[in-house]
Write a protein of this length. Sequence first.
Length: 117
Amino acid sequence: MKRSSKARQAGISFFGLIFVMALLGVGAVMAAQVVPSALEYQAIVKALERAKQGATPQQVRTAFANSANIDDIKSITSKDLEITKVENRNVVKVAYDKQIHMFGPAYLLLKYAYQTK
């Protein structure tokens, strides 16, 4: 049985499949390391929103430290908070970097920043 050139097989080759699977694997590893950092950032945002209700900067820091202990926040401490008064309310700012080691000399740098309203 002779095949015509128009009826060639279509699809991905074995090496193409290996390449695609490797890319998906690298993406999955990156996602597995980024997701906990993003969840911690969300916990920091919630803790800052709760803590800004304090009357003095010391009360804000104490409230944040208590929330950080409960939510297991390790990236920042209450000393890293920048607290200012705007129109008789507390505005709390925080900014930090998170480095995630990928492989060899390669790191993934995530920059987080938040300011309460």
